[in-house]
Structure formats: structure tokens, C-alpha cells
Write a protein that binds this ligand. Structure first.
Ligand code: SF4
Ligand code: SF4
Length: 368
């Protein structure tokens, strides 16, 4: 039975949300284990450009202050994206982080892209899954001595919801790791966009890319679908192949999440911010009206039980009248299954439970 600590959104003079968040951090025994000189990753999502629904960087500042108070060294981190946008490479990602308030000046910790400048930096981690025996997790998170997941809890068009499990699976995967969760096929060339920079040619591990008349050409008989060229291309000339079937995708995400969770073990703390609960994820370049009222902040050491507890609380929250999904979710409901017309969340939990024996049992302990 996992203990999940929870603080609601009510505040008063002398007990602000900032103070309540500090109490929540200290309540967990996790912070007692942080020691002098450790490199502590604060795993965040800085939000795609155009999206303002991500976790307020002040919460990251508070976590960074508590880490530094124990003599350790916090850094902000996230992995580069599979698709184009403001976070596809390390340079754009750092700029987006600063624009969204995740800077050393505001948080007191530097932003370090976890899988490097082009999303190529990963190591393989073993897992006994139905789909994977190895996962490709970003070196920057694997090499941290401790890691704190600061996760915005919201909806997600493909997985139903995005919480700590999504922050572990997609959030800790390199670009190639994201591709093997998302795509069922080999990458697609869009020759018209190719500028002949040769980055894909350099990174292909099996020599499947050749340069012909200044353009890249993939030999699909040789290609193993590793996704390294998708990561390396900065011109949208190589994109992921067709998407995996939804059920397979959910199972793959669950396997990546378990792989990372198992690797981090007791060195990880998971925190869900169930506030500003938008229908779409923070990768979407806009944030729509939240679907329900703010719930609060939850923390625990088992991300499966933590996400289950967060969904259970969200399902008791009042629907936002101004949400476009209000009519669908008002009354008795599972909020994210109603919003996205798909019981995807249940499928992911079921797969993790049957494949790895993870526990979803929890005891909610509310702090004042
Ligand atoms: S997916 Fe991997 S193997 Fe295939 S062309 Fe790209 S880098 Fe080479
Ligand atoms: S990385 Fe992209 S732009 Fe550069 S050669 Fe390869 S396909 Fe063309």
C-alpha cells in the first residue's frame, strides 16, 4: 500500500501554496536521503511554444532550494521531442525553457537537455516486456544520482491522461526511444526538405543512409528503424513512420514507464500538479480551458499508484462550466475517458499490472 501525500488548493495567511508545497516535500522521507554534492535532476516539461499550461516554475525553484539546502546540486532537465517545434533540439529547447521561466535566474538551477543537442544521447536499459527487452533512456536522467519528477497532470489525446507515467516513458526516452513507442514503421523521407547537411548519414548505426546528388537516401532493406536519423534531422526531412495501433502504443508507453521506474528505484520522487487540468498535453502549442477545477498537489514514490490516485481525485472534481467538454464530463464519469472517448488509461494500468506486477493500491494522506 503506497502512501500518497496530498495537499489541496486552499490557502490562508501563513499557509500559502508555496509553504504547503515545502511541507509536502519535507513530509516525504525522500529529501532526508539527499546528500552533499549529489547531482539531482528536476525532471520538468517546459511547455511547447504557445502553451502556458505547464507547471509554474516557482514550484521548481522551491524544489531546487530544498535540494541546495542539503548541499546537493539541482538541474532542470527534459528530453528533446520527436516532432518539430520549440524543443526538437537542445538549443531551441534551452531557449524555450528560458522563455517559459525555467532559467537559472528564476529557478536557481540550469536547464540541461537530457539527451543532448540532437536527442541522440541515450543508453539502453533492460526490461522484460511484451514489446521491449530494452528501452532507450536519456543519458542525462540516468546519470543523475537522484531525480524528482515535477509533472503537470492533464489530458492527452493518445494516452487519455498525461501524468508521472508519461513523464517517465516519453519524458525520459531519447528521440529514438520516443519513436519506438509511437511508430510501428520505419522513418519517412521528405526529399524536398533535405538540405544535404549529412547529419543523418553520420548517425545511422547500420549505414542505411547514403547521399545521392546532395540529398539523403534511406535503404529500407538495411534500415532497422532505430530513429536516430529522425533525431538528427533539423529540417523535417525525416519523420517517424506510421503510428502504432492504439492498444500497442499504450502498452509500449507502460513498458517504458516501468523500465525507467525500475531503473531509478528509491532514487526517484514523483510529484503530480493536478491544477490547470487542460484537455491536451503541454506538447500542444496552445492550452485550452481546464476540464475540471484545480485539485491540488500529490507526491509519492510509486508513479503507478500516484497517477491512479490523481485520476481518482480528478474524477470527483467539479467540471469547468466554460470547458468545451463540460456536457460530456458533468455528473458521474471518468473525466479523461469521457474527454477522449477511449478507455486508454485503464489499458495502460492493466498492462503494467499484468506484465510487471505493479501495485495501484494507495492510502491518501492529506496535509493541511
Ligand atoms: S532509422 Fe536508424 S537505421 Fe534507419 S535510416 Fe534512420 S538511423 Fe539508419
Ligand atoms: S539530416 Fe535531414 S537535411 Fe540533413 S541530410 Fe539528412 S535528411 Fe537531409
Amino acid at each position: 500500500m503506497e502512501t500518497i501525500y496530498f495537499t489541496n488548493m486552499q490557502t490562508e495567511f501563513g499557509n500559502s501554496l508555496e509553504q504547503k508545497f515545502r511541507k509536502l516535500l519535507k513530509k516525504s522521507a525522500y529529501f532526508d536521503g539527499i546528500t552533499q554534492g549529489q547531482l539531482v535532476a528536476l525532471k520538468v516539461h517546459v511547455g511547447e511554444r504557445g502553451n502556458l499550461g505547464y507547471v509554474n516554475p516557482n514550484f521548481a525553484r522551491i524544489a531546487a532550494e530544498e535540494v541546495k539546502a542539503r548541499g546537493a546540486k539541482p538541474f532542470l532537465t527534459d528530453t528533446n521531442t520527436l516532432y518539430s517545434g520549440g524543443r526538437h533540439n537542445g538549443v531551441d529547447h534551452c531557449i524555450t525553457a528560458i522563455q517559459h521561466g525555467y532559467s537559472y535566474a528564476t529557478v536557481g538551477a540550469p536547464f540541461v537537455p537530457a539527451d543532448g543537442i540532437r536527442g541522440l544521447g541515450h543508453r539502453e536499459v533492460g526490461v522484460s516486456g511484451k514489446h521491449f527487452q530494452k528501452t532507450k533512456l536519456a543519458s542525462g536522467v540516468l546519470e543523475a544520482e537522484r531525480i524528482i519528477f515535477l509533472t503537470h497532470f492533464k489530458g492527452h489525446i493518445e494516452t487519455g491522461f498525461g501524468g508521472s507515467l508519461k513523464n517517465l516513458s516519453m519524458g525520459c526516452a531519447s528521440v529514438a526511444g520516443k519513436m519506438e513507442q509511437h511508430a510501428a514503421a520505419k522513418p519517412v523521407m521528405k526529399e524536398v526538405h533535405c538540405v544535404g547537411c549529412r547529419q543523418c548519414y553520420r548517425v545511422c548505426p547500420v549505414g542505411a543512409v547514403s547521399m545521392v546528388k546532395g540529398k539523403a537516401l534511406i535503404d529500407y532493406d538495411v534500415c532497422i528503424g532505430c530513429g536516430q536519423c529522425v533525431a538528427a534531422c533539423n529540417y523535417e526531412a525525416i519523420t517517424p513512420g506510421s503510428s502504432a495501433d492504439t492498444e500497442d502504443f499504450i502498452e509500449k508507453v507502460a513498458e517504458y514507464a516501468y523500465s525507467a521506474y525500475n531503473y531509478f528505484g528509491s532514487n526517484a520522487l514523483y510529484i503530480n500538479f493536478a491544477m490547470n487540468i487542460t484537455p491536451d498535453c503541454d506538447c500542444w502549442p496552445a492550452n485550452d480551458v481546464p476540464v475540471v477545477e484545480d485539485v491540488g498537489i500529490l507526491a509519492g514514490s510509486n508513479p503507478f499508484a500516484l497517477d491512479r490516485a490523481t485520476i481518482d481525485l480528478i474524477n470527483t472534481a467539479r467540471a469547468q462550466v466554460s470547458s468545451r467538454y463540460h456536457a460530456k464530463i458533468v455528473g458521474e464519469r471518468d473525466v479523461f475517458e469521457e474527454v477522449w472517448d477511449n478507455p486508454m488509461a485503464a489499458a495502460g494500468f492493466d498492462h503494467a499490472r499484468s506484465q510487471f506486477g505493479v501495485s495501484l493500491e494507495y492510502e491518501l494522506r492529506e496535509l493541511g
